[in-house]
Write a protein that binds this ligand. Structure first.
Ligand code: HEM
Length: 247
């Protein structure tokens, strides 16, 4: 049954909206600071400035990682469209829904959704996996590069030269470290920095794709996606395919 275009639904709860904008801001900062660290030599960044940038990057990273953990938990207890059953590309009926959505796209009249459309659910999964990978590898690097938690204490204890208090090690300096332990630690770190760099590029591409998809949704489906992520409400112009059962 067609709904009047004025029917308004509450879709995104406060937790999802706060998560989204904290994630948006921290990821943008992490991409920007990461890009400077990555091009440090070419940009003439001094060793001290690099340690400062890494420290700032790690503090922003903590916020991003905690926010991500919160969102992960909220997916089990949050409101209808926040839950993983609605937000991820799993569960009964997903592939049927994806087929119906793709056919409707091909027909030029895309089905409307209150939550994410089936392609959006796929994108949510990709983005969350990439973000979780950055958080895990970043937390390891925080330990190996600047001796920050959660692994920093253990890493400092590993590389400190005999008789040196691990707490006195200076990030970025090889003074007071045991050369053999230092080399072993750098070998341990290598796959993490490689993954962190690769995912940085993949995530940058995925973020651009995500923003493009939102822009297309706004123009073609008049979906009000950005404003819904601010105030939580959507007013679809046609009956959505994912209306709650009782409505
Ligand atoms: C969206 C999330 C993130 C992005 C896009 C990102 C991106 C980057 C990039 C591009 C670099 C430079 C790599 C290089 O120099 O080779 C970097 C370095 C680093 N990141 Fe992240 N990062 C993210 C999250 C995190 C998190 C959550 C943490 C830890 C809490 C973290 C900790 C670090 C550290 C310690 C380095 C220095 C590694 C080094 O170059 O020696 N990152 N990050």
């Amino acid at each position: 049954m067609a709904q009047p275009a004025t029917t308004t639904y509450r879709v995104w709860d406060r937790s999802v909206r706060i998560f989204h904008w904290v994630n948006f801001t921290t990821v943008l900062l992490l991409l920007g600071i990461g890009l400077i660290i990555y091009n440090g030599k070419a940009l003439g960044v001094s060793a001290e400035a690099k340690v400062f940038l890494k420290t700032f990057h790690v503090w922003v990273g903590y916020v991003m990682a905690l926010n991500l953990i919160w969102r992960f938990l909220w997916g089990f207890v949050g409101s209808r469209y926040a839950r993983w059953g609605a937000a991820l590309p799993f569960g009964p009926g997903y592939f049927g829904e994806l087929g119906a959505y793709l056919r409707s796209l091909g027909g030029g009249e895309p089905r409307r959704y209150l939550g994410h459309n089936p392609l959006g659910r796929l994108m949510v999964l990709v983005l969350l996996v990439l973000l979780a990978t950055q958080a895990v590898t970043g937390l390891v690097l925080a330990g190996t590069d600047i001796y920050y938690p959660p692994l920093g204490g253990w890493i400092a204890g590993w590389v400190a030269a005999p008789g040196v208090d691990p707490a006195t090690l200076i990030p970025g300096s090889k003074d007071m470290v045991d050369p053999a332990a230092w080399e072993a630690m750098r070998a341990f770190r290598k796959p993490y920095i490689e993954i962190h760099e690769i995912v940085f590029f993949v995530l940058s591409g995925a973020a651009v794709l995500h923003i493009l998809a939102v822009v297309v949704g706004e123009i073609k489906e008049r979906a009000g996606l950005v404003s819904a992520m601010i105030h939580g409400y959507k007013t679809p112009d046609r009956t959505p395919a994912d209306l709650p059962e009782q409505e």
